[in-house]
Design a protein around this ligand. Structure first.
Ligand SMILES: Nc1ncnc2c1ncn2[C@@H]1O[C@H](COP(=O)(O)OP(=O)(O)O)[C@@H](O)[C@H]1O
Ligand SMILES: [Mg+2]
Length: 419
C-alpha cells in the first residue's frame, strides 16, 4: 500500500513511524516532510496548504490513503476534495473542521448541546466589545475566532491590556481575518489537561492520556509555545476524571454531532480545564496534537493504519485499541530565541549516539548532506520506560547527547512535584 501524509512536524514524523509498523505499507510520501522524515518516507515538495496540488499528487500516485496532520488544510476542505476524487482520507471534512477553525462555532455547539464550558459572548463590532471590557471580570479571556497558529488568545489582566488586545485583533488585524470575530469568555481556574480521541460517526474512543507543557521555561514561566514536551499517561487524568469526561463531554459531543448532521471522522482533541465545578471544555482541535502525539503513539500497541482505516469506514467500534503499560516522556529541543525570532540552518550533531529514544524531527532539513535546523521546535526526544521516572531519565540522557548551537529545552518535563 501507498500512503501520503500531509505535514512537516514532529507529529507527522511520529504518525509515519507508527504507520510503518504495518507490513502492508511499502511506501509513504510526506508532503512536504522534513529532514528526519526523509529517512522513512519520500519527501515531496508540496506545502500542506497547497490543497489542489496535494489532490493531483494523490491521484497521480494512486495512494491508498491520505492522512492529514495539520489543521489548515482540513479547514480548507482537503478531505472533501480528496473524497470527491475517490481518494480515501483521514481527517474531518470542512464542515466539521470548523470546530477548530472557528471558536464561536464551537462555543455555539457546546452551548446547544449542554456541554460544560466557560460562559461566553461573541462580537463583530469593536465598539460593542470595548464597552463590554470586564464583562466577566478579570482576567478577561479574549479569543480571535479563526485559526491563528496558537497565538490568537489573550488573557488580559486589566482593562488597558484588554483594550490593546481588542484593537490589535479588530483594528490592526494582527491575525488577519481570524480576528474579524472575537469570542470573550469567563476565566476558568484549574488544571489544564487534554484528551485526544478517535472519532467516527458511531463512536468516540479516547486515546491514552497525555500532559503537555506550553510555556517555554521551567516552572511554566515565559511565553506560550507550540509545546515544549509531553508525557503519557497523564498523572492528572485519574479514572474518576476520565469517567466524568466520557459522560459529561465525549458522549454528549458524539450525540451533538449526530443531531447536527456532522459526520466527524478523525481525531478530536478536547482541551479541558479541571475546575472545582467539574471538567469544562476550553476548545476543540480536530487533528492529532503536537507534541502529544509523540508520546501517545509511542504507547499505542495496536496497528495505527487499521485504526485510521476503520475510522474512515465507520468501523471504529470493531477495533480493540490497546496501549502499552510502559510510560513515555517527550522532551522538545528548540532553537535559540524560540518562540520569538530564531536562527535556522544550524548544524545538528550527536544523533548517532542516541540510545533508548526515538527522536522525532519537528524542524530539520538536510542541507549538503548535513542535518540542520529549519524551525523553532527542532527535535522531540521520546523515551519509554517501565516507570515514569525511568522514561524521563532516559529521555534527558539522550537530550544531553544532541547538540546544536543555542539549543534550549525545559528541564522539568514530567517532573512530578508531589503535594
Ligand atoms: N476560559 C478560559 N479560562 C482560562 N484560561 C483559558 C480559557 N480559555 C483559554 N484559556 C487559556 O488559553 C490557552 C489557549 O486557548 P485555546 O482556546 O486553547 O486556544 P488556542 O489553543 O487556539 O490558542 C488555553 O490553553 C488556556 O491556557
Ligand atoms: Mg489550545
Amino acid at each position: 500500500m501507498k500512503i501520503a501524509v500531509v505535514g512537516s512536524g514532529g507529529r507527522e514524523h511520529a504518525i509515519i513511524w507508527k504507520l510503518l509498523e504495518n507490513k502492508k505499507i511499502d511506501k509513504i510520501f510526506a508532503l512536504p516532510g522534513n529532514g528526519g522524515i526523509s529517512q522513512l518516507a519520500e519527501c515531496i515538495d508540496i506545502g500542506a496548504d497547497k490543497i489542489d496540488e496535494i489532490c493531483d499528487f494523490a491521484e497521480k500516485e494512486a495512494v491508498d490513503m491520505v492522512v492529514v496532520g495539520p489543521e489548515v488544510p482540513l479547514a480548507m476542505g482537503l478531505v472533501d476534495m480528496l473524497n470527491e476524487r475517490g481518494i480515501k482520507a483521514f481527517g474531518p471534512d470542512k464542515n466539521c473542521a470548523q470546530l477548530e477553525a472557528s471558536k464561536a462555532f464551537t462555543k455555539e455547539f457546546l452551548e446547544r448541546h449542554n456541554i460544560p464550558t466557560a460562559r461566553y459572548k461573541e462580537y463583530t463590532e469593536v465598539e460593542g466589545l470595548l464597552s463590554d471590557i470586564g464583562i466577566y471580570g478579570f482576567p478577561m479571556v479574549i479569543k480571535a475566532d479563526g485559526l491563528a497558529s496558537g497565538k490568537g488568545v489573550v488573557i488580559a489582566e486589566n482593562a488597558e491590556d484588554a483594550e490593546k488586545a481588542i484593537r490589535d485583533m479588530m483594528e490592526l488585524k494582527v491575525f488577519g481575518d481570524a480576528g474579524s470575530k472575537i469570542v470573550v469568555e469567563e476565566y476558568l481556574s484549574g488544571i489544564e489537561a487534554s484528551c485526544l480521541c478517535f472519532v467516527d460517526e458511531n463512536s468516540i474512543v479516547p486515546m491514552a492520556s497525555a500532559q503537555d507543557y506550553k510555556r517555554v521555561f521551567d516552572g511554566d514561566k515565559g511565553l506560550n509555545t507550540g509545546g515544549m514536551g509531553t508525557y503519557s499517561p497523564s498523572l492528572m487524568f485519574t479514572d474518576e476524571i476520565e469517567k466524568e469526561v466520557r459522560e459529561n463531554i465525549l458522549e454528549p459531543t458524539l450525540a451533538g454531532f449526530k443531531k447536527d448532521g456532522m459526520k466527524f471522522k478523525g481525531v478530536l482533541f478536547v482541551g479541558l480545564m479541571l475546575t472545582k465545578d467539574g471538567v469544562k471544555v476550553i476548545e476543540f482541535n480536530n487533528r492529532f496534537g503536537d507534541p502529544e502525539t509523540q508520546s501517545v503513539l509511542s504507547r499505542l500497541d495496536t496497528d495505527l493504519y487499521s485504526i485510521l482505516d476503520a475510522v474512515t469506514e465507520n468501523r471504529l467500534s470493531e477495533i480493540d485499541i490497546k496501549w502499552k503499560e510502559e510510560r513515555a516522556v517527550c522532551v522538545v529541543m528548540a532553537s535559540e530565541g524560540y518562540p520569538e525570532e530564531h536562527p535556522t540552518g544550524i548544524e545538528i550533531t550527536g544523533l548517532e549516539d542516541v540510545e533508548g529514544a526515538v527522536v522525532f524531527h519537528a524542524g530539520t532539513k538536510l542541507s549538503d548532506g548535513k542535518l540542520v535546523t529549519s524551525g523553532g521546535r527542532v527535535l522531540c526526544v521520546t523515551s519509554m520506560g517501565k516507570t515514569h521516572d525511568e522514561a524521563r531519565a532516559l529521555a534527558y540522557k539522550n537530550v544531553e547527547k544532541i547538540q546544536f548551537k543555542g539549543a534550549h529545552y525545559r528541564k522539568d518535563i514530567g517532573l512530578i512535584i508531589e503535594k
